[in-house]
Ligand binder design. Structure first.
Ligand code: ZN
Length: 140
């Protein structure tokens, strides 16, 4: 665990047609943020999400080519291979009000998205491959 300091929130929206991860990564890097948290709500025209198969230690991907509500997008900002890396999860609802969710991938396109980014100061986490889980986890 590390203790961070935060005293500001960046609030804004992405444009229709933006890729969620690319759009939010651009906001984060342009503002020189290397640690922090992200949340957002809105809608997507399509989404690509993943599920980590713990037995095989690999991600399975699923694409949903349909308009959906972004009920909750939540994630964090850290460094992976010395680059800014956004780890985002999302809960989406379909036209029949059923819900799907998972690890967010590029290929998820904005219809409308309102975000809040809280930058953390005083440190950062770096991701490193953890042999036990097969995941890129934060170094302690
Ligand atoms: Zn994830």
């Amino acid at each position: 665990m590390k203790r961070f300091v935060s005293n500001e929130v960046l609030q804004g929206r992405l444009n229709k047609g933006d890729d969620i991860i690319e759009g939010l990564t651009k906001v984060v890097t342009q503002n020189h943020i290397i640690a922090g948290m992200i949340s957002a709500i809105g809608a997507v025209s399509k989404a690509r999400i993943g599920y980590f198969n713990q037995y095989e230690k690999k991600y399975e991907e699923m694409e949903f080519n349909e308009p959906m509500e972004v009920l909750s997008l939540k994630g964090n900002i850290s460094l992976k291979d010395d680059s800014t890396f956004l780890h985002l999860h999302v809960i989406l609802s379909k036209s029949d009000y059923s819900v799907v969710g998972g690890h967010l991938y590029t290929g998820s396109l904005v219809y409308a998205l309102e975000y809040q980014i809280i930058p953390f100061h005083g440190g950062y986490f770096k991701r490193k491959l953890d042999a036990d889980t097969g995941l890129y986890l934060w170094e302690k």
